[in-house]
Design a protein around this ligand. Sequence first.
Ligand SMILES: [Zn+2]
Length: 227
Amino acid sequence: MSKFQRLLDLIYPRTCAACKKPLDEVRTPICINCIIDLPVIVNDTVQQRKIIQKFDGKVNIKDARSYLLFEKGNVAQKLIHALKYQNKKEIGVWLGRKYGEVSVKCGEWDNIDLMIPVPMHKRKLNQRGYNQATLICEGISESCKIPIIENALIKVENTTSQTKKDRYERYRNTANIFRINEEIDLKGKRVCLIDDVLTTGSTLEAAAAVLIENGCDVSIKTIASAF
Ligand SMILES: [Zn+2]
C-alpha cells in the first residue's frame, strides 16, 4: 500500500461495498462475511438451467451461465449497484476475477476464442467513464487468458431503462440496437458475450443475434442473474 493510500484510508476509512462496515482487508472490495454470503449459482442446478431457458426459442446460443443470484437487497445486487452507480470500478474487476477462477476450474472456457463485453452507447460511456462489462472481462481474463475484443459490437441506439417497459415494448426497443464492427472479422469465432446482470435477457439476445448473423458461435456469461 502506498503512503498516499494509507493517508487516504485514515481520512476516509475503507468500507465494505456490500454491507458498508469498516473494511480491514486490503485486497478485496468487500468483507469476509459478505464474501461468504455471495449467492453463488452452482452448475447443473435447476437455477443454472433456467438461465439458458431464458433464451429458448429466441436465439440459438450454445450456453448461458451466471455466477451469482441477483435479488433485491442481496450481496450481488449491492455490488452491482456500487459498480454501476457509485464509480466502484474495482468491484467489476474483482467480481470478474472471482468468476474467472471458478469457471476456469469447470472447463467453461475450453471452447471459447474471444470475450466480448456488451457495449454501452457512446454517450452513456462518456457519462459513466467506463463500461462495467469490460471491467468484468478484464477480471475474468486473468484466469482464462481469453482475449477481450472490446469494440466488436457497437451500440447504435441509446435505449432508455428497460425495466419499466412491457415485453413487446422491450422487444421493439432492442431490435437493431447493436451492429457489428465491420473492421473486425469474427466469422467462425466462438465468442462469449459478457454482461453484469441478466434480467429479461432481451439486450443479450439482441447482441447474440447480431454475432450469430455474422457467423459466430455465441455463449453468454453474466456476473448475476435475476429470476
Ligand atoms: Zn460486508
